[in-house]
Design a protein around this ligand. Structure first.
Ligand code: SF4
Length: 646
């Protein structure tokens, strides 16, 4: 892998590397990245999807490598971590130069005093922390509290105008990143850097994207937008301190108009704008434009007035631009639209309008692959045995049929201008002996999953499996409802403890699960990817159903329809890819070290019987397969007995 990465950097040919758990993939890209950065006096950007991996790179891998490579490189290589501005405390707000946020009144007195306590704690922390980085604050604070003392990039005064700009945490992090050989960042900031005309990352010619299976989702989020009535009213409140009351009131009224129309509209994909929604959006657009005009251009002003103006301008401009984008989305006939619009009401929140690009391949190709050499890596990139499915989503052409191994001796020509970006895919395998270490059990005898929760036969099967394993189970469910149902039922049937996601912080639950082999942990999406528990506490991973996107997921269904309309297989390309990635990630929780043994059990019989089963199974590690419940329970009992003896 290190040779392939070195070759990509040398030739400019993009590289996709699938590298299983335990390969040492971060070392395999960091060594050539550091060598290139030092030799070419440049910066290499490494982007990750999760905070856990960022911390592993910055706290473990890079410090060790810097020491190990000092002699070979002629100096100690340097590295830094860089996140979006919102992730750092803003000292201008901490010191009160920017006035407190005019929040919506908190009627609940205990919620108001909890917020006050959190903000006070943040102010104290500001004088202790060296970085101001939210991820270093333990325990964390609510989003509402954090927003009181942080700013977005657009709300920042700019270091030259800010009275505390010289001490600013975000500016310091940017300065360090600009001088570092390797900068570790996240996919969201990478996407903003690629999409925005103002660069936020240091100049770089090579980028390594780890956890690349998540890239499309993160870029889609970064390139999407949301408009809610509360965002409009919040912008109006901020404007109320900086412009004529009448102008700000108009924006507030437009927010109320939007609130009314959204409350009357059905949740889900919006195929055509109703006259009411269109009028409400136009009202928001025009009122926001009037506020932006009234706020006027930037001029010489003291820090407080400047902060008030900036804090009003940024959200008002955003509200305006999103309203324009939502209206424009319907200019084209339905089959040719680039943006998908829907009304969402997540987690019981008030409904809001959301917009996201139908695809991000074009953006990635133009703003990433045509600009710099890119190495994409993950334990899961080859879906159904091929890199092409994900490559298509990244905007890359299918892999060349004659796929020569990377050849450092001859070196390929760098891609010519205008040509489709050239890339190679390499699967470096895994050090684990999957067929000997793990069993894939599909409960083929069960009925297909229904809509109304877990059927009784699923709960029976689950109870028998967990009993055979003696606990030690990670239950990955396709919905929180199913996880809770399984938890409630199994607590009555089992003698071993079951933890359920949401009962404590996820990190605390994972710690308790890892600390007691008899304990099981049930949960949903964040556990599919975030659990790393080697050893005897995790010998059984159970998934209740194939994790297809929900049929009413507006973006997935729009993407599916668009691909089918162009003659492709929309179901496999969108829903199948989504499910294959999650299945592989979920199954990947089982073996975390070469001594680990265990079972991945999928209760959904469609993984054995459906026509797409082959594609999904080809995306999983090569476990030994069985459909026989007796065989799998016997294996789990033996593993339990062996672990108990040790
Ligand atoms: S430069 Fe921006 S982020 Fe930094 S303290 Fe000033 S306003 Fe806050």
């Amino acid at each position: 892998m290190a040779e392939a990465v070195g070759n990509a950097i040398e030739t400019g040919e993009h590289l996709a590397v699938q590298a299983g758990t335990g390969t040492g993939k971060s070392l395999a890209y960091l060594v050539p990245a550091l060598r290139h950065a030092v030799a070419a006096h440049t910066t290499v950007v490494v982007s990750t999807a999760t905070i856990a991996l960022q911390q592993q790179l910055v706290n473990r891998d890079l410090p060790r490598l810097a020491t190990a490579l000092t002699e070979a490189l002629g100096r100690r290589p340097t590295f830094a971590i860089l996140k979006g501005r919102r992730n750092y405390l803003c000292l201008n707000r901490v010191h009160g130069n920017a006035p407190e946020e005019p929040e919506e009144a908190l009627f609940d007195r205990s919620a108001a005093s909890a917020l006050e306590r959190e903000v006070r704690r943040l102010r104290e922390w500001a004088s202790e922390t060296d970085t101001g980085d939210r991820d270093e604050l333990a325990p964390g604070v609510s989003e509402r509290a954090w927003r009181q003392l942080s700013v977005s990039a657009n709300e920042c005064l700019g270091a030259h105008r800010c009275p505390v700009g010289a001490d600013c945490f975000a500016e310091r992090a940017r300065g360090e990143a600009g001088r570092a050989d390797v900068v570790v960042t996240n996919h969201a900031l990478l996407a903003i850097d690629a999409l925005d005309d103002r660069p936020v990352l240091p100049e770089h010619d090579v980028v390594v994207i780890d956890e690349a299976h998540d890239l499309v989702d993160r870029v889609t989020s970064a390139a999407g937008g949301e408009l809610s009535a509360s965002a409009v009213k919040q912008a109006a409140r901020r404007c109320g301190r900086a412009v004529d009351e009448d102008v700000a009131d108009r924006l507030n009224e437009a927010g109320e108009g939007l609130e009314f129309v959204l409350g009357e509209s059905p949740v889900g994909k919006v195929d055509e704008l109703s006259a009411e929604l269109s009028a409400a959006l136009a009202g928001v657009r025009d009122a926001a434009a009037a506020c932006v005009t009234a706020l006027g251009p930037e001029h010489r002003e003291d820090a407080e007035t400047g902060s008030v103006r900036k804090l009003a301008l940024a959200p008002t401009q955003e509200v305006h631009d999103t309203a324009v984008r939502l209206l424009d989305a319907f200019d084209e006939p339905e089959g040719e639209r680039r943006d998908v619009v829907w009304i969402g009401a997540d987690g019981g929140r008030a409904p809001s309008l959301k917009v996201a690009p139908l695809g991000v391949g074009g953006l990635l190709r133009q703003r990433l692959f045509e600009q710099r050499t890119t190495v994409l890596t993950s334990a899961t990139l080859a879906l159904g045995g091929s890199f092409d499915t994900l490559a298509a989503q990244w905007g890359l052409p299918p892999q060349r049929s004659a796929d020569p191994a990377p050849d450092t001796a001859t070196g390929a020509e760098p891609p010519s201008e205008g040509a489709a970006p050239s890339w190679v895919g390499v699967d470096v395998g895994s050090p684990f002996d999957y067929p000997r270490s793990g069993i894939l059990y599909v409960a083929r005898h069960l009925p297909p999953p229904g809509r109304d929760g877990l059927p009784e036969s699923y709960l029976d099967e689950l109870a028998e499996l967990v009993t055979a394993a003696g606990g030690r189970t990670l239950g990955l469910f396709s919905s929180m409802r199913a996880a809770r149902q399984a938890c409630d039922e199994l607590r009555q049937r089992l003698s071993t403890p079951v933890l359920c996601q949401g009962e404590d912080s996820t990190s605390q639950l994972v710690e308790s699960f890892a600390g007691d082999p008899r304990t099981s942990l049930f949960g949903t999406l964040s556990l599919w990817q975030g659990v790393d528990v080697p050893g005897e506490s995790l010998q059984l991973v159970v998934m209740d159903r194939i994790p297809f996107p929900r049929p009413d997921d507006p973006l997935a269904s729009a993407r599916q329809r668009a691909i089918s309309a162009h003659g492709g297989n929309g179901f496999i390309t969108v829903a199948g890819t989504h499910a294959a990635l999650l299945l592989a990630q979920g199954a990947g929780r089982l073996l975390r070290s070469s001594a680990d043994r265990g079972v991945v059990a999928v209760l959904d019989p469609r993984l054995a019987t459906a026509r797409y089963a082959g594609f999904l199974r080809a995306s999983l590690p090569p476990f030994w397969n069985t459909y026989d419940p007796q065989v799998v329970r016997g294996a789990l009992r033996r593993l339990d007995a062996a672990a108990s003896e040790r």
